[in-house]
Design a protein around this ligand. Structure first.
Ligand code: NAI
Length: 325
């Protein structure tokens, strides 16, 4: 039998953690043939809650679950880790400036990057979910110099899935009729969901919707969907975020036919400064996410991508000033 894969989840006692852990343990993250050993990292005050979740995991008697360890120590949590899901982050509290938020998260993602550098397995794959996801991923990556930079990714798959769903509903088609969807830039309100490369049944999506809908409804609906969910359910999107994390890792490991979206380290493609962790259209091949190359970018898309990438550069400058990258 295959040896268990070590999967570490930070913020395991949080809302996304609760929606995510059972899907990992059931085999949906890595496939139905792959046993997993879970490591849950929490802050000391939340370890007890994580232990409660672990009791429920036991009670599912998952055939693929080889064990659950719980710790508040990052070094222990990432020792031997193969897949690291960095979900726990510091939310913005009332009156908190953006610089304070970036600094508070630097205090989480710097030591976690160092712990990954020190102890992770040589094949480690890291997905950062906790916001601001792109810049948190950059901070962790910068403190893991011995890990190939491409192993650090940030989650824009939820935005991608939201874009698929909105477009499918608009055109009355199935999500499976859509291909080549992509999200560019930052996982924030400036993100750019791109219908100019997307296709519906093999024809340009942008040509099948009117431009006013694309600009005034589609883009803001996708970008502000998180706020709309909070408004409706009185709590943030946790199950759909967990689902997107599962999709991101499953595709990374198993490969894709179609494009998907992920925040990956820029190699300078499409004018995105090298080293920034930005969302791009990507495909997964041989255990690697690769940026789709050679696309023509129209003027409308160019302006949107540039604006979101500018925001990423500003976030990088802000954390550089704090000595975090
Ligand atoms: P939550 O507040 O319910 O849970 C966060 C958990 O992280 C808490 O249990 C907290 O104790 C833990 N935590 C805080 N600092 C930690 C540390 N240093 N080490 C380990 N654990 C730590 O939040 P929720 O709803 O689970 O969301 C988690 C993050 O995911 C948030 O930052 C949220 O903004 C982000 N998110 C990102 C999305 C994306 O598309 N990239 C989508 C949805 C949420």
């Amino acid at each position: 039998a295959q040896a268990p894969v070590n999967v570490t989840v930070t913020g395991a006692a949080g809302a996304i953690g609760y929606a995510l852990l059972f899907r990992i343990a059931s085999g949906q993250l890595l496939g139905a043939d792959t046993p997993v050993r879970l490591r849950l990292l929490e802050i000391p005050q939340a370890v007890k809650a994580a232990e409660g979740t672990a009791m429920e995991l036991d009670d599912c008697a998952f055939p693929l679950l080889a064990g659950v360890d719980i710790t508040d120590n990052a070094k222990q949590a990432f020792d031997g880790v193969n897949v690291a899901l960095l979900v726990g982050a510091r939310p913005r509290s009332k009156g908190m400036e953006r610089g304070d938020l970036l600094e508070a998260n630097g205090g989480i993602f710097k030591p976690q990057g160092e712990a990954i550098n020190a102890g992770a397995a040589s094949d480690v794959k890291v997905l950062v979910v906790g916001n601001p996801a792109n810049t948190n991923a950059l901070i962790a990556q910068q403190h893991a110099p011995d890990v190939p930079a491409e192993r650090f990714t940030a989650m824009t798959r939820l935005d991608h899935n939201r874009a698929l769903s909105q477009l499918a509903t608009k055109l009355g088609v199935a999500v499976t009729d859509i291909s080549k969807m992509s999200i560019w830039g930052n996982h924030s309100a400036t993100q750019y969901p791109d219908l100019f490369h997307a296709q519906v049944n093999g024809r340009s999506a942008a040509e099948q919707v009117d431009h006013a809908w694309l600009e005034e409804t589609f883009i803001p609906t996708v970008a502000k969907r998180g706020a709309a969910i909070i408004e409706a359910r009185g709590a943030s999107s946790a199950a759909s975020a967990a689902n997107a994390a599962v999709d991101h890792v499953y595709d990374w490991v198993h490969g894709t036919d179609d494009w998907t979206s992920a925040g990956v380290v820029s190699d300078g493609s499409y004018g995105v400064p090298e080293g920034l962790i930005s969302s791009f259209p990507v495909v997964a091949r041989d255990g690697k996410y690769e940026i789709v190359q050679g696309l023509d970018i129209d003027e409308f898309s160019r302006a949107r991508i540039d604006a979101s990438v500018r925001e990423l550069s500003e976030e990088r400058d802000a954390v550089a000033k704090l000595g975090l990258v």
